[in-house]
Design a protein around this ligand. Structure first.
Ligand SMILES: Cc1cc2nc3c(=O)[nH]c(=O)nc-3n(C[C@H](O)[C@H](O)[C@H](O)COP(=O)(O)OP(=O)(O)OC[C@H]3O[C@@H](n4cnc5c(N)ncnc54)[C@H](O)[C@@H]3O)c2cc1C
Length: 508
């Protein structure tokens, strides 16, 4: 790899990542700050992030697209729970309608970012994987839309004796294009959203699919089509219906989450009853569908139109709750002594969390340890100037939060323009403020990564909310100016830009 001698390009904002968050951020930035130069640096050769990466059979959303989609662009498909192909079409249509696709620099893998207070700007080192160069950009602001997990490697626990198994062992994150499971016996290890998706999809052609889980998850059947929503579309037209359906679904998601948190025992009983109704008579519901934790302590899985339950009823799939002792040549040996015969094993065992795309952040020569920072409004870091990041909801649609924080980001820029500020940094007012994990989710992949994530505080604006309505208040309606956000003009010798108001932008 060589370092390119070409002149350094400067941008007002560099967005990192061209997934659903990065494309959304670009839309809001263009809308509210048309005079700002920006680019999106994307490590891969395509837009779409998650929805382009995963190729396993059946890959789809858990969320309805009326809340997972952008507020500004109606979701027009009759299916509310959608496959990755439809989601990708929607994202790419958005990017091309607004000329965002022309702003993406593909195969630009950001390695590290360094803030200089004297220059009031970031220096960004980027590996261009197409030409094998390292190039440098500078930017006044960074917006991290890098998602939350490693793209190059899914999570696989150590499975003893894996090398003994004669067939393929595949991780859903790296699904081989030519893998044909038709007529084969497949064991899917895992019980999260991916396992719940892939089992019914494979069961359509496989000889039999076994979902092998250590611990059951909550699985809720949901209609893939929103019947009321589709009627509303016919009645009100796309735009108005989208607004109404979105509001309805936000309320519905919030109500389910709230009921699960407030009345976990009752919620568990309701989910169990629904599951039992969909399973064959005499099915051991408590063995396979009764998790040891409360509903929504981990992400709730959905089964569109009850697909998982249908394949179990039809005898095409089954669930086994046990622990793996090891692999044999012809299958998986369980601690109970039972052996599951398999031709293919799928390790739907999760993701490796990688916050901030693995990018090293340095401020004035001091490396930033994310775990030492506190998230301000869930979207900036204490002590780190001019940097925002997009982490969405984990207990409802990710993008609901990302849309709000993009709006806030644009309001923040407008506020700085109006007052001639160039630097903005959140500062924890009280070093003794109690801290808690950034994400309150018991899921394994979050727990494995807690020491790589920032904390949240015990009071506003240092709380990371999972509540859409609270965030509407905080991010859309509350004033930008607040005691914990320090603004300044450039006084150093570096960039030497005068702190001047930019008349072309509006403070909203
Ligand atoms: C299979 C699956 C299904 C999911 N379903 C749902 C769902 O139904 N509802 C929901 O709310 N959430 C869901 N999620 C969570 C989901 O990842 C997010 O909701 C959403 O797609 C994340 O979008 P994003 O743009 O923030 O990140 P991503 O989609 O992960 O995109 C990040 C982009 O940043 C790029 N990038 C990362 N690091 C760098 C770097 N160093 N330099 C340059 N570029 C970089 C990546 O290449 C990628 O293109 C799902 C996740 C998975 C894995």
């Amino acid at each position: 790899m060589t370092t390119s001698p070409v002149e350094t390009e400067h941008l007002d904002v560099l967005i990192i990542g061209a997934g659903i968050s990065g494309i959304g951020a670009a839309y809001y930035l263009q809308r509210d700050h048309p005079d700002r130069d920006y680019a999106i640096l994307e490590a891969r050769a395509a837009t779409g992030g998650t929805w382009d990466l995963f190729r396993y059979p059946g890959i789809r959303s858990d969320s309805d697209l009326h809340t997972f989609g952008y507020e500004f662009k109606p979701w027009r498909d009759e299916r509310a729970i959608a496959g990755a192909d439809k989601i990708l079409d929607y994202l790419r249509e958005t990017a091309s309608e607004h000329g965002i696709d022309r702003k993406v620099r593909f195969r630009h893998h950001v390695l590290d970012v360094t803030w200089s207070s004297s220059d009031a700007r970031w220096t960004v080192e980027v590996e261009r994987t197409d030409v094998g160069d390292v190039v440098t950009f500078t930017a006044t602001w960074l917006f991290f839309a890098t998602g939350y997990y490693r793209y190059d490697k899914g999570f696989s626990p150590d499975l003893p004796g894996r090398e003994n198994f004669a067939g393929p062992v595949v991780h859903p994150q790296h699904w081989p294009e030519d893998l044909d499971c038709a007529g084969k016996r497949v064991v899917v290890i895992g019980s999260g959203a991916t396992a719940v998706t892939v089992v019914p999809a494979l069961a359509a052609t496989a000889a039999h699919v076994t979902m092998l889980q250590r611990t059951p998850s909550y699985i809720l059947p949901v209609p893939s089509k929103d019947v009321v929503g589709n009627r509303l579309r016919a009645l009100l037209g796309e735009e108005r219906a989208y607004r109404v359906i979105r509001r309805k679904n936000i309320a519905q998601q919030r109500a389910i989450w709230w009921l699960c948190q407030r009345f976990p025992r009752q919620a568990r009983a309701v989910i169990r009853r629904i599951n039992a109704k969909l399973l064959p008579a005499g099915y051991p519901v408590d063995e396979h569908f009764n998790p040891p934790y409360g509903p929504w302590d981990q992400r709730l899985c959905v089964a569109p139109d009850g697909d998982l339950f249908k394949v179990i009823r039809a005898g095409d799939a089954s669930v086994v709750t046990d622990r793996i002792a090891g692999f044999t040549e012809s299958g998986v040996l369980l601690e109970s002594g039972r052996e599951l015969g398999a031709d293919v094993v799928v390790t739907a065992t999760g993701l490796n969390v990688r916050p901030f795309g693995g990018i090293a952040v340095t401020v004035d020569d001091v490396p930033v340890r994310l775990a030492d920072t506190v998230a301000y409004k869930g979207m900036m870091l204490s002590g780190v100037p001019n940097l925002a990041f997009a982490v969405g909801y984990t207990a409802s649609s990710w993008t609901l939060k990302v849309g709000l924080l993009c709006e806030y980001f644009c309001r923040l820029l407008a506020h700085m323009d109006a007052h001639g500020y160039e630097v903005c940094v959140p500062a924890v007012p009280d070093a003794t403020m109690a801290k808690r994990p950034f994400l309150d989710l018991a899921s394994g992949y979050i727990q494995r990564a807690l020491d790589q994530l920032p904390s949240q505080g015990d009071r506003k604006p240092w709380l990371t909310s999972m509540d859409y309505h609270a965030d509407v208040k905080l991010l859309r309606r509350s004033p930008v100016q607040d005691a914990d956000l320090a603004f300044s003009r450039v006084t150093g010798s570096g960039a030497g830009r005068a702190a001047r108001p930019r008349p072309s932008t509006r403070e909203r």
